[in-house]
Design a protein around this ligand. Sequence first.
Ligand SMILES: *Cc1c(COP(=O)(O)O)cnc(C)c1O
Length: 699
Amino acid sequence: MKSSKKNEGIEQFRIIAAIMVVAIHTFPFASLSSDWDNFITLTLFRIAVPFFLMVTGYFLLGPFAREPYYPKRWKIQQNLWKFLKIYGMAILFYLPLSFYNGTLRLSSTFFQIVKRLVFDGTLYHLWYFPAVIIGLVLSTVMIRFLSLQKSFILGIFLYFVGLGGDSYYQVFRHLPGINSFYQIAFTLFDYTRNGLFFAPIFLLLGAVIYQKQTKSQKILPLMCSLIALLVESFLLHHFTKVRHDSMYLMLPIVMYFFFQFLLNWQPPFKFSQTKEKALGIYLLHPLMIALIYFAGKIVPIFSNSLINFLFVLLGTICLTNFLLPLKRKFKPNANPFLASRAAKMISTENLVKNVQAISSCIPEKTGIIAILKANAYESEAVICGRKLERLGVNFFAVATLQEAIELRRAGIQGKILILGYTAPGQVNLLQKYQLIQAIISLEHAWKLNQQQKRIHCHLKIDTGMHRLGLDPDVVSIKEIYQMEHLACEGIFSHLGSADALDEQSVQRTKRQIQIFDTLLKNLEELRIDYGVTHLQASYGILNYPELNYDYVRPGIILYGALSSQNDLTKLKIDLYPVIKIEAKLISIKEIAAGEFVGYGLDACLTQTTKVGIISIGYADGVPRALSNTGFKLSYKETDIPQMGRVCMDLLLVNLSAVSDIKVGELITVMTNSETVAEKSGTITNEILTGLGTRLELGQ
Ligand SMILES: *Cc1c(COP(=O)(O)O)cnc(C)c1O
């Protein structure tokens, strides 16, 4: 579902940009001509760092500028944390080198250390991390309180201030007052190429291009601006003594055209994991520079700048490729999970299979609204939501505001529809977390609208189930579509008898479908843009596959079960249970014939029996109604019958069929909720959502 071609140019250029950074720190042409380095390394390759900043701006600030709400802010915060962590680790890693080359000294004052940490970096390449962190915070705040345009203008202003302290220092400093300004500035930081003056413009430029959307790939302006950049650099290097040459007047203009070029670029090569590799090269090349510098003292060949550059580059690439697979090994492993009492094991692989099965039986243009209510039928909404998002599902539904907020706080970025009632007083939260509210009655619509806070909505229509929803009356529905503060982006209904194929049920369903379709037609005639449509839950998908609305809303089949085992459905699909319940065998005893086991007189032994005590009960969701139904648990494929009444925290089993079992082993209590549901006289939906919060979680 994910298009792999998307932004391929950007992805691949990361590697090239990282190589440019290596060049900037090794001066490959120094042995040939310093002009070459001025032109190529210190001018052309200066696009590398702005490129990285723009990527961050494009993917983080762009979406935030469009919707400055929680989900996008969450992503920014998440990335800030990541940058901070990488910076922290890099500081520690390079500490010896920082001391060796004097960027840190034992005699450094506190002020000097702070200055290093916040602006200049503790080693020459590390300035990037505080810069991107400060720039990102600054830009986010600016966008939050100003428009993106105004923020960008501010960014340009800051860049100008930066220019005056960088390659234009000699040009600007003669102006009155300017020199003293920079004198003060340079006590705070050594370069203006930092998070205040350099990073914001490029971060914001990325966001501006994201907003622009029309991606023109104009070669001519790119070429012209590049030539202008080279001319600028030539003039500066020949007629002035440049203090530092990271910032040029033409650089942002080049970047504006170049980034758009990259968005359309189809690179002829395809490296994998470009993000990690580029980061690796960026972080590790100073280590290689140092190693080769020491080696060069022994083998003089490295003193040729080009050879030195190539060796540094090759060494860094090898080191990165060597370390990359290790990264995965050090990741906290999800597996070493041992249930201490009773646990639910979540199989996201099975979730994926179910999504694939569902996708294969809906029309191609129909999307999936994954139902994550009731903690994804207790299959863990956050885990499932994240997995689904990675699969390309970008629309979710829950029953309550709280459930929606929980998903947002866990970083779910897709749309989230609240199917149930939300009190009008809580519109603030709907807005803050960018949620979509179902309008469940005319009164609900009025009251939500009265709050005067613009919120996203879908209209729920009562087509005959007579639970939640608006009457299918065009006049009042039109009124809602025109309410000032409700952005109504969709319309839906729910079927009351889609699960049965007897004549009466089919008739009821067909009537509901007809009422829905007629309403849509009438709205169309009134030229009302009713937005996206959806009607079918799990059984609607399986029994009415010919329908083709914009979305379907699978719940129970997503988690790998039918509501009832014996339901006949028009389409039959293979489903895989997402949840498996296991519990520990905590005691074994031999009980004599004639004894009763457990509460009451239900289970009287006819022969001496090996009885096992399992640490799970009805408080964990094993229904008490399973007692004496012949329900079986299992151990290594062997059935073990449950005995007597299920207790609150425990249940008893007959272990006679297994000879080698020991206390402490895990017993499978449930893989198939369909059997449990049938034996306890309910549907799987109730069994799954009734699983207790006391269960430990494994994956
Ligand atoms: C719960 C729910 C669903 C999902 O139902 P399943 O039968 O589990 O697929 C779909 N739509 C609405 C409105 C629901 O409340």
